[in-house]
Design a binder for this molecule. Structure first.
Ligand code: ADP
Ligand SMILES: Cc1cn([C@H]2C[C@H](O)[C@@H](COP(=O)(O)O)O2)c(=O)[nH]c1=O
Ligand code: ZN
Length: 193
């Protein structure tokens, strides 16, 4: 049985919490959009806490960094439940690379939103095989607001929603950038190698 730790309520008791999910393929602008929303909250003097899975150290140990090098300071965590302990009395919680968290992230997002916080999650909706990237389907189901962003297909220039892996590796988790992935549309993703 999971015992819910005491979680700091949002500082404004009248504020209602909710969940926003930003999803899409690699290079689609998920991190850019997450940073944009968090910066606007900071301008409005909201107390913001930002987390990422500690596995993701591609660009920086602490910052959340987009492919075009926008950055915002974050706290890397090992487990979804760490976020409950660290969110404190903030108003807004931002989480990047949410697909790398364990399934507990679904309940954690719920708990934070129920405590009055605005919870903004960004992550891949599909893996390199074009299959749903767990736990994203559950997060999409419980979110009040869902934004799907798109990259540009590197083959044909149409809108891309798939992350095409350029190597033959079959591991579900394989960190990488343009060296190992490119954005593709449905047609170009399914073309024979
Ligand atoms: N195929 C592509 N389509 C669109 N943007 C791309 C592409 N490849 C690289 N980019 C760059 O990636 C940026 C988006 O980066 P980012 O927000 O980190 O995306 P994501 O978090 O979805 O991987 C774009 O603004 C652009 O500069
Ligand atoms: C499709 C896919 C991606 N990954 C990795 C590759 C990158 O390190 C991240 C995604 O980063 P982005 O900010 O969305 O560009 O995930 C993976 O491990 N497995 C996959 O199937
Ligand atoms: Zn295409």
């Amino acid at each position: 049985m999971f015992i819910e730790p005491s979680i700091g309520k949002s500082r404004n008791p009248d504020r209602r919490g909710h969940i926003e999910v930003i999803c899409g393929s690699m290079f689609s602008g998920k991190t850019e959009e997450l940073i944009r929303r968090l910066n606007r909250a900071l301008i409005a003097r909201q107390k913001v806490e930002i987390f990422k899975p500690s596995i993701d150290k591609r660009y920086h140990d602490f910052d959340v960094v987009s492919h075009n090098e926008n950055a915002i300071r974050s706290t890397p965590v090992n487990f979804a439940d760490d976020i409950i302990l660290l969110a404190g009395d903030c108003d807004v919680v931002g989480i990047d690379e949410v697909q790398f968290f364990d399934q507990r992230i679904v309940e954690v997002a719920d708990i934070l939103a129920n405590a009055g916080k605005r919870v903004i999650l960004a992550g891949l909706d599909m893996d390199f095989a074009g299959k749903p990237f767990e736990p994203m389907p559950q997060l999409l189901a419980i979110a009040e607001y869902v934004t799907k962003v798109h990259a540009i297909c590197m083959k044909c220039g149409n809108l891309a929603s798939y992350s095409y892996r350029l190597t033959a590796a079959q591991d579900k988790v394989l960190l990488g950038e343009k060296d190992s992935y490119e954005a593709r549309c449905r047609k170009c993703f399914h073309e024979p190698r």
